[in-house]
Ligand binder design. Structure first.
Ligand code: SAM
Ligand code: SF4
Length: 411
């Protein structure tokens, strides 16, 4: 509580207001929902206007340097806000690299490990003592916090956190530590509750959902258990890793009617030598075989992928192999990333020898292929009636996603 004053017989209570700035992926969005829940449990009220907040929490992404720079860019804005509100507290959490912590603590009052968000009330209560988030013992169970869901109809449900894969370019194993799977029972109970309250879309989240494991439950079994929950809803999941995406998952996807015909399977490169340098543990042939099996079992599956262009040492010929794979697979969607060297990762020791302009050129080549293949596939939908989950409205237009995760505009 910020304060309370009396007008006649009435006592006016003024609550502290919080604002959360989310950078990065669905996992950060989901974390923000848990942070909101913790703050509201101590009577903080949400504001969508950053200028009137008493507490600003930023969930950070460190996957690319550009994302880190965006957080550094908040420094000036925070200085101005603190000039007008001396009580303002700023907290940084999310995916933070160790080497950025010191500099970030010059901008933020607290730099807090995401696994410590249950400690927020304690930190805010003792703020004059400036407890360092780092010195608090980790509570790895932060996923059991009941979130304050941002949407009534679509919910992000993390099934695990962390990653054990150490792809040579990636910071996640350093910022989120090793894999921890949530108990299946806890996940099922959260989802049952969501469905009971009218939720229509469940996103299962994890850095590598295919390696989910809780005693006797693996990922396909978990999918089946969720599919068996009564109700009319869609099940989606992200991210999958081609090395762990196996026949059992394909069969369950084909069998379970609530699992939507959409898959994001990040290939990262279409060249075996680059895949080895990236420490991905599969070949282009393995990837293509998995897609073939998937399409055999779920013929109308829509596919997206993640790509890194201009990885250290990627020659024009090696990039052409990625372009060739793009033409062959005909993805519906792709997240194309220009390689950004990350300190502390194995690839940071290699020379970042593809120029920024060349990375941009490669990105453009893939985008052009994608435009053609996606258009080709979208044309097949002309005249069809689709079930759409609306999530946005702009003027007279409504937007949403269909089962295949295609953006649909409803007039
Ligand atoms: N776990 C997923 C997987 O195995 O592909 C992806 C998670 S990662 C946080 C999201 C995407 O960011 C990756 O698929 C990759 O394309 C991209 N990415 C990760 N590190 C990157 C880097 N150093 N530079 C550019 N893109 C990067
Ligand atoms: Fe990063 Fe690889 Fe883990 Fe994905 S699987 S989060 S790319 S280390």
């Amino acid at each position: 509580m910020k304060g309370c004053f009396f007008i006649g017989f009435y006592c006016i209570i003024i609550f502290m207001k919080y604002h959360i700035v989310v950078f990065g992926c669905q996992m950060n969005l989901s974390d923000a929902e848990r942070i909101a829940s913790v703050l509201e449990s101590i009577k903080y009220k949400k504001t969508s206007n950053i200028n009137e907040a008493d507490l600003i929490v930023v969930t950070m992404c460190s996957v690319r340097q550009s994302a880190v720079d965006r957080v550094y860019g908040l420094d000036e804005k925070f200085r101005k806000l603190k000039d007008s509100n001396k009580q303002l507290i700023t907290i940084l959490t999310g995916c933070i690299l160790k080497r950025d912590r010191k500099k970030m603590s010059e901008i933020f009052e607290y730099v807090l490990d995401i696994k410590n968000i249950k400690k927020l009330p304690q930190i805010l209560k003792n703020q004059t003592n400036h407890i360092s988030g780092d010195r608090l013992k980790y509570d790895t169970n932060y996923l059991d916090i009941t979130p304050k869901y941002a949407s009534k109809f679509s919910a992000n449900v993390p099934i695990m956190t962390g990653c054990n894969n150490f792809c040579s370019y990636c910071v996640v194993p350093y910022t989120r530590d090793r894999e921890i799977s949530r108990p299946a029972e806890e996940i099922i109970s959260e989802i049952k509750n969501l469905i009971k309250n009218g939720c229509k879309e469940i996103w299962l989240l994890g850095q590598n959902v295919n390696s989910y494991r809780d005693s006797k439950t693996n990922f396909p079994k978990l999918l089946k258990m969720i599919n068996d929950i009564p109700g009319n809803f869609w099940i989606r999941f992200t991210s999958s890793h081609p090395k762990d995406f196996n026949d059992e998952v394909i069969n369950v996807m084909a069998e379970c009617k609530k699992v939507t015909p959409y898959l994001n399977l990040p290939v990262q490169s279409g060249d075996d030598k680059i895949l080895r340098a990236m420490n991905r543990h599969y070949t282009v042939k393995d990837y293509k075989n998995k897609i073939k099996k998937l399409r055999k079992n779920i013929p109308d599956i829509s596919l997206s992928t993640d790509i890194i262009v201009g990885f250290s040492g990627e020659t024009k010929k090696q990039f052409e192999n990625t372009a060739k794979l793009f033409r062959e697979i005909k993805f519906d969607m792709a997240y194309i990333n220009k390689y950004s060297p990350r300190a502390g990762t194995a690839a940071a020791k290699l020379k970042d020898n593809v120029s920024w302009d060349e990375k941009k050129r490669r990105e453009k080549v893939l985008t052009e292929i994608l435009k053609q293949t996606a258009l080709e596939k979208n044309k097949k939908l002309v005249g069809k009636e689709l079930l759409v989950l609306i999530n946005e409205n702009r003027g007279d237009d409504y937007f949403g996603k269909d089962e295949h995760y295609k953006t649909i505009k409803v007039k």
